[in-house]
Design a protein around this ligand. Structure first.
Ligand code: OXD
Ligand code: MN
Length: 588
């Protein structure tokens, strides 16, 4: 047995670490305790090994720069598998392979894979210590970048083993970079064994196993079995001038501004209003004893997209990244500064791009990769909600669904009821951006923004959402928003960014029974006098009407497009969803 296998008080963890170490054959095993001293030592080691480059420490204290392999810059849905006993359980929206076959293949790739490397044992806790919703995982990884990032994104180290005690109920995550080869890249989930195996990548979403893999794909199973929801949602608290806080969750597909919305800073018009961030990416939500839905943020950091982040789009994020942040695949200036497209100020006269090649403003290529990231601790957020540490979570009054749609979808409407709201969430569509696919304006259906993250059959997932209503006597109101609608001149109708506060105000006041609405074809909608338009340059009641308009012809097309997904899911699609579709067609 490898020395250092049995370092914890938990026999199940020790036994499993010994078994994986015997298989992967690392040179050394390092058990992470999550201390500051350990972070300092590992950071120094990462710098010495070239994995991290220190930024100018006067300007960016505690901040480091990392470049990933150019073949490894994003989540890879085609390499992501849900290994349930039957293909039907994973459903048509997931890749599937039988658990035994996948395990054999991956254990083959892992045999001796850590020779010459250190295996880090990374215990982590998702959720506040002591929360009934919190869960423990242990990730075994040969990447020091993963260890340092997990230290930001999760409650890492001793705290997790303390929460676990001598129990057996922890997620087993195994990660090896291997040779970072796309041909040997797999992110495999074994829900029945509470196990994740990720090989061949060192990019965040594929390898920070607490995040998308555990907190969404595996947790969606636990939620289904135990009566709660694991969702790709931000959570924020709106404090009105009377000091009352209303908590709201929001699901938007990737690259629709979830982090910006979670950190919204109200414009000057909203004196006395504050928006507090609970989380920017993932919410675990469980019915509470008072019949309301309570949410925790299982994470402790923000793994946000850098390009486009600036003092206007997200001033709080700019505060978050000032200290103790790891930047990946942005551009690096000669004086140890970072830059990306859409950052404040002019581009540097010269820098190294995300590939490490010389870049000037005349270069054709982008300096920062479009999916370059910052990994920043939430404790840096000046508007971090204190409730983020509350084991009970926060009571959710509204759920907001949204997507990026240049036509058809109004700025805001409220679903008639829970079942209608589930239909609204199930039919979210979002237009792909050029950066992501090259196909501009293609609508991809992304139900509840969970298409890449739901770990079981999406039809059963809709049924679970419908079932949840039985356990929530006092359910959140459900809304749909679209910040991206354009006019005939291809201009955005709505100013967006901090002005989204006006939409948020209407939503919050609806939840508090203090805002009016009229019944529209799609749901409840604000009239011009229900909506604060004062001080909005160039946006008046007529523009609001345009942003809110419902064109029956466009909607007939929309309903037909929704059918593409419904046909794929047909065998598991709940009747209620089909019924809601019929009702909408009748209203149209
Ligand atoms: C993310 C994503 O990285 O949704 O959060 O892709
Ligand atoms: Mn996300």
């Amino acid at each position: 047995m490898h020395p250092g296998c049995c370092n914890s008080d938990n026999p199940h963890v020790n036994r499993w670490v010994a078994e994986i170490a015997a298989h992967c054959q690392p040179n050394a095993i390092h058990w992470c305790d999550g201390s500051l001293d350990e972070k300092r030592a590992l950071t120094a080691e990462a710098v010495a090994g070239g994995t991290l480059i220190p930024l100018n420490q006067k300007k960016w204290p505690g901040c480091y720069y990392h470049r990933s392999n150019p073949n490894d810059v994003a989540r890879v849905e085609q390499c992501t598998f849900i290994c349930t006993p039957t293909e039907d359980e994973a459903g048509p929206t997931n890749n599937w392979l039988a658990p035994a076959a996948m395990r054999t293949k991956l254990m083959g790739l892992l045999a001796g894979a850590m020779r010459g490397r250190t295996m880090y044992v990374v215990p982590f806790l998702m959720g506040p210590p002591g929360s009934p919703l919190a869960r423990v995982g242990v990730e075994l990884t040969d990447s020091i970048y993963v260890v340092l990032s997990m230290g930001i994104m999760t409650r890492m180290g001793r705290v997790a083993l303390e929460q676990l005690g001598v129990g057996e109920d922890f997620t087993r995550g195994i990660h090896s970079m291997l040779d970072v080869n796309p041909e040997r890249r797999y992110i495999a989930h074994f829900p029945q064994e509470n196990t994740i195996i990720s090989v061949g990548s060192n990019y965040g979403g594929n390898v920070l196993l607490g995040k998308k893999c555990m907190a969404l794909r595996l947790a969606s199973h636990w939620g289904r079995d135990q009566g709660w929801l694991a969702e790709h949602m931000l959570v924020l608290g709106v404090e009105s001038p009377d000091g009352k806080k209303t908590f709201v969750a929001g699901a938007f597909p990737s690259a629709c501004g979830k982090t910006n919305f979670a950190m919204l800073r109200p414009p000057a018009r909203f004196a006395g209003w504050k928006v507090w961030t609970v989380g920017d990416d993932i919410a675990w939500m469980k019915p509470g004893p008072d019949g309301r839905l309570y949410a925790i943020n299982p994470e402790t950091g923000y793994f946000g997209v850098a390009p486009g982040t600036n003092g206007k789009s997200n001033p709080n994020a700019m505060e978050c990244i000032k200290r103790d942040t790891i930047f990946t695949n942005v551009a690096l200036t000669p004086d140890g500064d970072v830059w990306w497209e859409g950052k404040d100020g002019p581009p540097p006269a010269e820098c190294l791009d995300w590939r490490g090649q010389r870049w000037t403003p005349d270069s054709k290529a982008k300096a920062a990769h479009p999916n370059s990231r910052f990994c920043a601790p939430m404790s840096n957020n000046p508007m971090l909600a204190t409730e983020v540490h509350d084991p009970a979570g926060v009571p959710i009054s509204a759920i907001i669904f949204g997507g990026r749609r240049t036509s058809t979808i109004p700025l805001v409407y409220q679903a008639f009821n829970w079942v209608h709201g589930v239909y609204v969430g199930a039919t979210i569509g979002s237009e792909t951006t050029a950066a992501a696919t090259g196909l501009v304006g293609q609508v991809r259906r992304d139900p509840m923004a969970m298409l890449p993250f739901c770990g079981y059959n999406m039809g059963d997932y809709f049924a679970h959402w419908l079932q949840m209503r039985r356990h929530i006597a006092n359910p959140p109101r459900i809304f749909h928003v679209n910040w991206f609608r354009k006019d005939a001149d291809d201009e955005f109708l709505w100013p967006g960014y901090s002005e989204n506060m006006r939409v948020l105000e209407w939503i919050v006041e609806r939840c508090r029974g203090r805002a009016n609405a009229s019944e529209g074809l799609l749901g409840w909608v604000p009239d011009a006098h229900d909506f604060d338009l004062e001080g909005l340059d160039g946006f008046d009641a007529a523009r609001l009407q345009q942003a809110q308009s419902t064109n029956a012809e466009e909607w007939r097309r929309e309903v037909l497009q929704q059918d593409e997904l419904f046909m794929r899911l047909y065998a598991h699609l709940p009747k209620e969803i089909i019924f809601q579709r019929e009702l909408l067609i009748a209203r149209l």
